[in-house]
Design a binder for this molecule. Structure first.
Ligand SMILES: *Cc1c(COP(=O)(O)O)cnc(C)c1O
Length: 428
């Protein structure tokens, strides 16, 4: 209250975080105070296009009135019962989300990392109880350059030295293969044989720099898994829920929202992991989806979360998914994504600074023509901020561009203009 009356400037809030918060992030120097749709405002009142969308959590746009409305309504009625009792929202959500994505069952959690942990636990248990793997022998194959979150087990199979260094001893049972390399996957499947319980993969590697695999990698990897009785686990926390131009990235370029006749020809994961945009950024909501023969291995007391599946989360998630469908966000993402890449490709042709443009739907990145340890991408992002657009480098010389999916064509053309002017006027 006093804070808002005093109208403190950005530096005040930056100093507060610097002094009192752990330094586990390196934010761009902008202090945000308000969001609406594709826009953000800083404490000085300057308006920006959001080109990160909280790592694709805000696909539905900031403070979507339908999502916030449901959240308020439920928050005034019942917020938390824990799973010690039933509540009148959870079952309704479970029916909704499983029908939406086409699975028998859902296990509700809160954050993405928790959902990945949950998927790993289900996969291992399935491996012992259904596949007959010997006790403590289960292997989960993971990909190089993966990002699945920050827990002790998940960083155990990270290839990022910052994420992993000095957090050992590490959880065993994970074997990495090169991403987008079917032969390498085949070799590991052969080497570990019946010990392999699952293959955990991002259909597009977001944190690694929006690395899009060859079109046949995901379907062929899934087919290999099926052949070997290995669970194909898709981490769609960042790529899912319309971000990449289909309801899920495993749907390829199909934007039917999982309800068209083509669906059968696309990959259906054995375990699907969702988070981020499952709540439209309003609330931490994550989920693990699977069919009965897999989810059935989890019995009372074997997994859980106090907040997982709480009534507010349930209402928020249903509305967030309704918005995706009603506003045809997958279609919009696909259409604007094509426009965006074609315009940025022209820019890459014109400018020595941009060496590559890649992505799918509205999950895109440009690779800056400099070394990963140079500050060029960071400096460009600072300049983009000055020019009214917020984006952040990932892995040094790559800039990810992922605006909310509620963007209009007119707005994205304005954004392309900002990016173009910034790049063409940039001086090292
Ligand atoms: C963000 C992300 C996670 C982790 O989600 P948190 O909510 O930050 O724990 C896991 N996997 C992928 C692919 C992500 O993008």
């Amino acid at each position: 209250m006093q804070e808002t009356l005093l109208q403190k400037g950005s530096q005040h809030y930056i100093d507060l975080e610097d002094k009192h918060g752990a330094h586990n992030y390196h934010p761009l120097p902008v202090v945000l105070a308000k969001g609406d749709g594709v826009y953000l405002w800083d404490v000085e009142g300057k308006k920006y296009y959001d080109f990160l969308s909280a790592y694709s959590a805000v696909n539905q746009g900031h403070c979507h009135p339908r999502i916030v409305g449901k959240m308020k309504e439920q928050a005034e009625t019942l917020t938390l019962t824990s799973r010690a009792f039933y509540n009148n929202r959870l079952g309704v959500y479970e029916k909704y989300v499983t029908e939406y994505f086409g699975f028998d069952k859902v296990l509700p959690m809160n954050t993405g990392a928790e959902a990945v942990e949950t998927a790993i636990k289900i996969c291992r248990k399935w491996g012992y109880e259904k596949k007959g793997i010997q006790p403590n022998d289960a292997i989960v194959i993971v990909c190089g350059q993966n990002f699945h979150g920050r827990t002790t087990t998940i960083i155990s199979f990270s290839s990022d030295p910052d994420a992993k260094g000095n957090f050992g001893p590490y959880t065993p049972g994970f074997v990495p293969v090169e991403y987008n390399n079917l032969e390498a996957l085949m070799e590991v499947l052969n080497e570990y044989g019946d010990r392999v319980a699952g293959f955990l993969v991002e259909p597009i590697q977001g944190e690694a720099g929006v690395f899009v695999p060859d079109a046949d990698f995901i379907p062929k990897a899934a087919a290999l898994c099926k052949e070997r009785n290995v669970l194909f686990i898709a981490d769609e926390i960042q790529t899912g829920i319309a971000r990449t131009g289909g309801l899920l990235a495993v749907c390829g370029d199909c934007s039917c929202q999982g309800h068209c006749e083509r669906q059968a020809s696309f990959t259906t994961p054995d375990i699907l992991i969702l988070g981020k945009a499952l709540s439209g950024g309003a609330y931490p909501v994550s989920a693990v989806l699977a069919n009965d023969p897999i989810m059935g291995v989890i019995k009372p007391g074997q997994h859980g979360s106090t907040f997982g599946g709480n009534p507010v989360a349930c209402e928020v998630a249903i509305e967030a998914l309704e918005v995706v469908r009603d506003e045809k966000l997958a279609q919009n993402s696909r259409k604007l994504g094509e426009l965006f890449r074609s315009k940025l490709q022209k820019l890459a042709d014109e400018s020595d600074l941009v060496s590559l443009v890649r992505g799918r739907g509205l999950l895109n990145a440009i690779v800056i023509n400099d070394t990963p340890d140079s500050s060029t991408a960071w400096d460009i992002c600072v300049q983009l901020k000055e020019n009214g657009l917020l984006a952040k480098p990932t892995h040094g010389n790559i800039i990810r561009f992922a605006p909310p999916l509620v963007m209009t064509e007119e707005q994205i053309l304005d954004c392309i203009r900002i990016i173009k002017e910034t790049i063409l006027n940039f001086k090292k």
